[in-house]
Every structure is written in C-alpha cells, then in structure tokens.
Design a protein around this ligand. Structure first.
Ligand SMILES: [Ca+2]
Length: 193
C-alpha cells in the first residue's frame, strides 16, 4: 500500500485474512459504520480502535439498507451481537458482511443460517422455529396465515426432514433446504454498494 498507509488502513488490512472480504469491501463497511457514528457526533478518529464503537440495530438498518431490508435483520443481529440492548460493534457488523458476502464459504453460511433459524436458541431446528422462519419470509396479512404456515412447515419437514420424522432438522437438512429453495437462500447474500 506504499508509505502513505494510515494507521486505520493498517488495522483494517488485518481483516482481509480474517474475513471473506477484500480490502475495498472492508473499507466500505468501515465507511458505513463511520457515517452512523458521525451522525451521533462521535469523532470518527476513535474508530481506529475497531472493537470499541457500537451502534443500535435501528441506526444500522437505516444506514445499511442491504441489511435493513432483510426480513431476518433482527435475528441476524441477535446471532452476531455480543452487546446488550440491540446494539452491535463494528467487528460484529464486519462479520455479518463477511458471512453474507457472495465469496463466503457455503459452510460458513449454513452455520449462521442454522443459528438464525433456531429462533429459540436450543441448538435444534424444530417445527416452532420453521413456523417462525415462514412467518418472517411471508408477510402476515391474512387470518388464514396460521393455517398456511402450519401446512408449509409440515411440507418442509416432509421434504427435508429425516425418515424418523423427529421433527428436527439437522445442519445437513437445512443446507438441502437452502440449496433447493431460493426464497430461503436469497436472504443469505448481500453486498454493500
Ligand atoms: Ca430451536
């Protein structure tokens, strides 16, 4: 990068090895995050320490519509965040952009998709989780929605569930579901413009 590499660029460069993003994409993520902090009147210089700054989910959704338009946005942030009160730090935001990048490995995407679909965080994908997944994707605009959700959920377990019909999906079965169903898979890739 020549002799003019800033301290910030040096810090950001390290994440090329740790994420599925190239330097330009990392810088892009950083700029988006910095814009949020600027609106909050935080000196962007403090962002050299990348682990410190946090922003609220709502500020993030507003500034990053690529994430804000994702029906799973709250679940995605919950899975990646270690902060309290619907907030995430910059590195967690970077982690989201990395896994949702088109270059992320299928394995990384499936691992996170599994966590995102596991709404009750019990380590399994059960019927209740799948019902919530469907309700998240299909807008709740009719009284018959509950019946439709139930029917689709049954169909998913019939198609992707194991022969023992234990009403739990494994990672492998979730992978199969994502591979065969674009309406699920589409929610797991975005790129910052
Ligand atoms: Ca579960």
């Amino acid at each position: 990068m020549g002799g003019t590499t800033s301290k910030l660029d040096e810090s950001l460069q390290k994440y090329e090895d740790l994420t599925y993003l190239n330097f330009k994409q990392i810088k892009n993520c950083h700029n988006r995050f910095t814009d949020i902090k600027k609106r909050e009147n935080v000196n962007s210089g403090s962002l050299v320490d990348l682990t410190k700054p946090v922003c609220t989910y709502d500020d993030l959704f507003e500034s990053v519509p690529e994430l804000g338009h994702n029906p799973f946005r709250d679940r995605i942030c919950d899975v990646f965040s270690s902060e309290q009160g619907r907030k995430l730090n910059f590195l967690e935001f970077l982690d989201i952009c990395s896994v949702f990048n088109e270059n992320a490995s299928q394995e990384a995407k499936i691992k996170r998709a599994f966590q995102i679909f596991d709404f009750d965080n019990d380590g399994f994908i059960g019927k209740g989780d799948i019902s919530k997944v469907i309700k998240t994707i299909v807008p709740d605009d009719s009284n018959t929605n509950l019946n439709i959700t139930d029917a689709v959920s049954d169909q998913i377990f019939k198609e992707f569930g194991g022969p023992e019909e234990n009403k739990l999906l494994t990672k492998f079965q979730v992978q199969e579901m994502l591979e065969k169903s674009p309406e699920f898979a589409d929610n797991f890739t975005f790129a910052l413009q």
